[in-house]
Design a protein around this ligand. Structure first.
Ligand code: PEP
Ligand code: MN
Length: 341
């Protein structure tokens, strides 16, 4: 991969000191490009970091002020490396293609009746992928932790009954084989978004990975976390924005919709929006979904429950079945306006 380094020389150095730097740059296998300012000289150097030594050793030279890489730190997720958008195939559903894909279902799988009622309803309304947490990352250890493997089995049953693909969270490296055996997409939760060993284990299953943005992650860190998936030979990465922690208290998180065009610019990987964790408020979900569709997201991950008031987790942010059907109807013009189906 060619790289571009910038070597900034100290002001007013001698011609001899300058030539020595240029000679060293050439010796290390890079092509120097000299930019002469009034006071100082800046040298751009182009080369291949896989086959040549790093130029960073130059930073210790007395006539050198700074050595900086210009290329992005992420490579495989980068749009520079791959111009066309990636399309991820999940049981005949394409994410990142013309169709706006909606993943919907309860925050947690609670019991068979709850999951199946939700699965049938979201399918009827147009969702193609069923979500549901079996292993739940809960802030308090005293809160409902999920049904575990029983939840995975219920998800598999819902898939058999409806044909919907399923997505569920992988919470721990030690569950990798078990979760991969049941799910079609592995969700990496916000709290684990920089658990690099977990990312590697998930990538190695070969399953599509939905990577949430961590609540305090910068977009660059999120892209680099995604790089862990692709650099472990799994090209099937979907980014999921779910809000970040700010000073705001009206919402549970601040849903950063600006990440949609940024991810689209920086990366070829699809991005979906989770307005449920994003706002933490059911009354805001529809507006955020419309915004996400209009801004060019590839899909949504939405929490839906037959009876949100009785939900064992995240009751305040889950749509009921009718609310979800209405949302899907109201999204149509926004999906069309964004040029999607
Ligand atoms: C969830 O999707 O229910 C969830 C726990 O999400 P996050 O990891 O974004 O908090
Ligand atoms: Mn939730």
């Amino acid at each position: 991969m060619p790289i571009y380094m910038i070597v900034v020389l100290k002001p007013n150095i001698s011609k001899k000191d300058e030539s020595a730097v240029l000679k060293e740059i050439r010796k290390l296998g890079y092509r120097p490009h000299v930019m002469r300012g009034i006071k100082r000289v800046v040298v751009g150097a182009i080369g291949d970091e896989r086959t040549h030594k790093s130029l960073e050793t130059l930073a210790s030279w007395p006539q050198v002020e700074q050595v900086m890489p210009v290329q992005k730190r992420y490579k495989l997720v980068s749009r520079e490396g791959q111009k066309t958008g990636s399309v991820i195939s999940v049981r005949n559903n394409l994410i990142g293609g013309p169709k706006f894909q909606v993943m919907a279902g309860p925050c947690s799988v609670e019991n068979e009746a709850q999951l199946l009622a939700t699965a049938h309803a979201v399918q009827k309304a147009g969702a193609t992928i069923l979500r549901g947490g079996a292993f739940k990352p809960r802030t308090s250890p005293y809160e409902f932790q999920g049904l575990g493997v029983r939840g995975l089995k219920l998800l598999a049953k819902a898939r058999r009954e409806t044909g919907l693909a399923i997505i569920t969270e992988l919470l721990s490296e030690s569950h990798t084989d078990m979760v991969a055996e049941y799910t079609d997409i592995i969700q990496i939760g916000a709290r684990n978004a920089q658990n690099f060993q977990l990312l590697i284990a998930a990538a190695k299953t070969g399953k599509p990975i939905l990577l949430k943005r961590g609540p305090s992650m910068r977009i660059e860190e999120w892209l680099l976390a995604g790089e862990y998936i692709l650099s472990n030979n799994n090209p099937n990465l979907i980014f999921c924005e779910r809000g970040i922690r700010t000073f705001e208290t009206y919402t549970r998180n601040t849903l950063d919709l600006s990440s949609i065009p940024i991810i689209k610019n920086e990366s070829h990987c699809p991005i979906v929006i989770d307005p449920s964790q994003g706002a933490g408020r059911v009354d805001l979900v529809a507006a955020l979904c419309r915004g996400a569709a209009a801004m060019g997201a590839d899909g949504l991950l939405v929490e839906v429950h037959p009876n949100p008031a009785q939900a064992l987790s995240d009751g305040a942010q889950q749509l009921n079945l009718d609310g979800f059907a209405r949302l899907m109807e109201s999204l149509k013009p926004f999906i069309a306006a964004a040029g999607r189906e």
